[in-house]
Design a protein around this ligand. Structure first.
Ligand SMILES: Nc1nc2c(ncn2[C@@H]2O[C@H](COP(=O)(O)OP(=O)(O)OP(=O)(O)O)[C@@H](O)[C@H]2O)c(=O)[nH]1
Ligand SMILES: [Mg+2]
Length: 272
């Protein structure tokens, strides 16, 4: 587990992978129609180690990779909700394109990252998969909300308590001075368990509307829903791209550190 803040995160390189479009359930942006996923899951901790091990590479390659990094914007999206609702599986599905065979309760936070292309611009979506269990999250909460760009609230459609507890999660978010302009979405997960659904769509939709959120009902497990899972994150990335510009600045070439600063600009050409 790493604890890098976005300002300190160095942009790693990317690989392949992809997804777009998909059927909607309740309300959904078609953000992904004009979007191409570029990179599969990247554990930032591993990426950090790999960067460290290659730090003896020739200086020109470091310089050119930093120059590439300067062009890359990073959006920090946190995933919040009760333990066992499927936060890890959803983030894994988005960044890795599959459902994990086995998961354990998240301790602190797990970082996953995916590079996506929106209207010709490559953007890194940095997903913070947070711990639902209080004992595994209490020392980390400040870090979750620090400089966050978007929030995904998750409940389990087969567990009414996870839906009722959303109010507490929203209050925690508000209590950490997350601006009202930070986009938030609501995700009802485990829709594949059709015989066990406890949270009706209309109830969830009403709740989402009252909190000015889009609602996505989906399943991290069902591969037919993978594009819908992608849409959760891509709709946010599109909204963020339209709202603000996050740029790497203050390149300190001596030690290879890159600091991310945030500035706001108005852009209006996002397809979603
Ligand atoms: N049927 C079904 N099971 C799911 C789905 N998503 C997750 N699960 C299962 O739900 C359990 C919990 O999933 P996790 O992703 O680890 O839950 P979490 O929200 O990350 O839990 P914490 O890390 O403790 O906060 C695991 O057994 C998953 O296999 C889904 O869409 N459908
Ligand atoms: Mg987890």
């Amino acid at each position: 587990m790493t604890n890098e803040s976005p300002e300190e995160t160095r942009a790693p390189g990317g690989g392949g992978g992809g997804g777009s479009g998909g059927k909607g359930n309740t309300r959904r942006n078609r953000a992904d129609d004009n979007v191409t996923m570029l990179t599969s899951s990247m554990d930032l901790q591993r990426a950090s180690r790999s960067r460290a091990s290659s730090s003896n590479d020739a200086a020109p390659s470091i310089t050119s990779s930093l120059e590439l990094s300067i062009q890359t914007r990073i959006f920090k999206i946190i995933v919040i909700g009760d333990s066992n609702v499927g936060k890890t599986c959803l983030t894994f599905r988005f960044t890795g394109g599959s459902f994990p065979d086995k998961t354990e309760a998240t301790i602190g936070v797990d970082f996953r990252e995916k590079a996506v292309e929106i209207e010709g611009e490559t953007i890194k979506v940095q997903v913070w998969d947070t711990a639902g269990q209080e004992r595994f999250r209490k020392s980390m909460v400040e870090h979750y909300y620090r400089n966050v760009h978007a929030v995904v609230f998750v409940y389990d459609v087969t567990k009414m308590t996870s839906f009722r507890n959303l109010q507490t999660w929203i209050e925690e978010c508000n209590g950490h001075r997350v601006s009202a302009s930070v986009p938030r979405v609501l995700v009802g997960n485990k829709c594949d368990l059709v015989d066990q659904i406890q949270v009706p769509s209309n109830v969830a939709l009403k709740f989402a509307d009252s909190h000015n959120m889009l609602l996505f009902e989906t399943s991290a497990k069902d591969p037919r829903e993978s594009q819908n899972v992608d849409s959760i994150f891509m709709s946010l990335a599109c909204r963020l791209k339209a709202q603000k510009s996050l740029l790497y600045r203050d390149v300190e070439r001596e030690d290879g550190r890159v600091r991310l600063t945030q500035e706001t600009e108005t852009k209006s050409s996002c397809p979603c």
